[in-house]
Design a protein around this ligand. Structure first.
Ligand SMILES: *Cc1c(COP(=O)(O)O)cnc(C)c1O
Length: 392
């Protein structure tokens, strides 16, 4: 199961860039706690860590609750932040270690994950092959497609699963013939056990910030759940780090992407994976005290905005000048707002984990024309965006 067969030169590239933490944070907190893992895992050091913790005092006043904080993963990477960077650190680290030339990943047309992969693969000199599927139209879909084009990623679009499967075979074969090695496949959202390790580390990072007095130990951590890597990584990490925080994973997709079974399976697989690499990593259980799937905020389906999400996006923007969106973080934040209103958060410490990229890359795509995209994707520019995304 090890992947030490990579080319030594690539390994050096991946290792050369070390984490530049402050002197008190000399290495990844997960590696500090389990030094063997540093030998076994390659981290591409793409993320700017630790990300800030900020109190949301204006919002506390508005809602009449205390103890509201935000984890600024929106600034986790430059030029592109959000939750995918933490996963890509380990995923692309492995691709480099294995001497791959390309990675292949999957997502909806406007996938933040596919875009993040395109941007950071390119930074490491890898080709990103993005296999895209239909999504409800939004301005963010257009922006992400243009930015992906800008990075030079290969974009392929499929409207049916069967065609996608055939496309995977074709592209894998084509790249194998050209490069001599197969592309490394990264699952949707980067939510393999290896990707989830990024959020196991994030929980250890949070523990350090609690120890430093930046916030009390949170009772609740709210995060959007799309493919579950973020929420499950945090749940496993909190358990292993001895944090008693309960992860409130707000469903923004339907099964099989988010479900109790998927959560259990990813939790177990990630835990087993880390234990295999370092036998001192503890065996944990995903219990209801640690983890809850929050239903009721998805709306019609993935990628379709809801009135509550749009209102939540407006409220946090006005109160805290934080920019969220309607597919993931607006729905997750709407769940937090609802819990605040119903009194659940009274006397508790609540952390909102901002998983959305916070950098504005519109200057980079200024003047780019969609005509260079595969023809099947033009419709996202020629057809209207969904009604709730139409106001400026
Ligand atoms: C991908 C994504 C999520 C979901 O994270 P998962 O680990 O897939 O559950 C949440 N928020 C944003 C902004 C995302 O792009």
């Amino acid at each position: 199961m090890h992947y030490l067969t990579g080319c030594a030169a690539e390994l050096k590239i991946a290792r050369k860039k070390q984490y530049q933490w402050s002197p008190e944070f000399p290495m990844l907190p997960l590696f500090e706690a389990f030094p063997r893992l540093e030998q076994e895992l390659t981290c591409a050091a793409l993320a700017n860590l630790p990300t800030q913790i900020s109190p949301m005092t204006a919002l506390e006043k508005e809602l009449g609750v205390s103890g509201l904080y935000i984890k600024r993963d929106d600034l986790s990477g430059n030029p592109y932040g959000g939750n995918k960077v933490r996963k890509l650190d380990f995923l692309l680290g492995r691709a480099m270690r294995e001497g791959r030339r390309a990675v292949m990943t999957f997502g909806a047309a406007g996938s933040n994950h596919a875009l993040a992969t395109a941007i950071y693969a390119r930074q490491l000199g890898l080709i990103s092959i993005n296999m895209l599927m239909p999504q409800t139209n939004a301005h963010s879909v257009r922006r992400n497609l243009l930015m992906s084009l800008r990075t030079g990623a290969e974009l392929h679009y499929f409207t049916e699963n069967r065609r996608l499967q055939w496309g995977v075979i074709q592209q894998m074969a084509r790249h194998r013939l050209r490069d001599g090695v197969f592309p490394m496949q990264i699952p949707p959202g980067g939510s393999s056990p290896l990707g989830a390790v990024g959020f196991v580390n994030a929980a250890f990072e949070l523990r350090k910030q609690v120890e430093r007095g930046l916030l009390p130990e949170p009772h609740y951590i709210y995060a959007a759940s799309g493919t579950m890597g973020t929420a499950i990584g945090l749940a496993l990490g909190c358990a292993a780090a001895g944090l008693r925080s309960k992860i409130m994973a707000v469903c923004v997709t339907s099964p099989p992407h988010t479900s109790p079974e998927k959560g259990q399976q990813l939790f177990r697989a990630t835990n087993d994976f880390l234990q295999r690499l370092d036998s001192s990593f503890p065996k944990e259980l995903l219990s209801p005290e640690r983890f809850e799937l929050v239903y009721g905020f998805l709306g019609e389906k993935y990628g379709v905005y809801t009135e509550e999400a749009v209102a939540a996006v407006r409220q946090i923007k006005a109160a805290e000048n934080i920019k969220l969106e309607g597919t993931y973080t607006g729905k997750a934040f709407a769940a937090l707002l609802e819990a605040a209103r119903s009194g659940t958060l009274k006397g508790k410490t609540t952390l909102f984990w901002n998983t959305y990229n916070g950098w504005d890359f519109s200057p980079e795509i200024q003047g780019l024309n969609y005509s260079a995209l595969p023809k099947a994707l033009h419709k996202y520019f020629e057809e209207e965006v969904q009604p709730l995304d139409r106001q400026p």
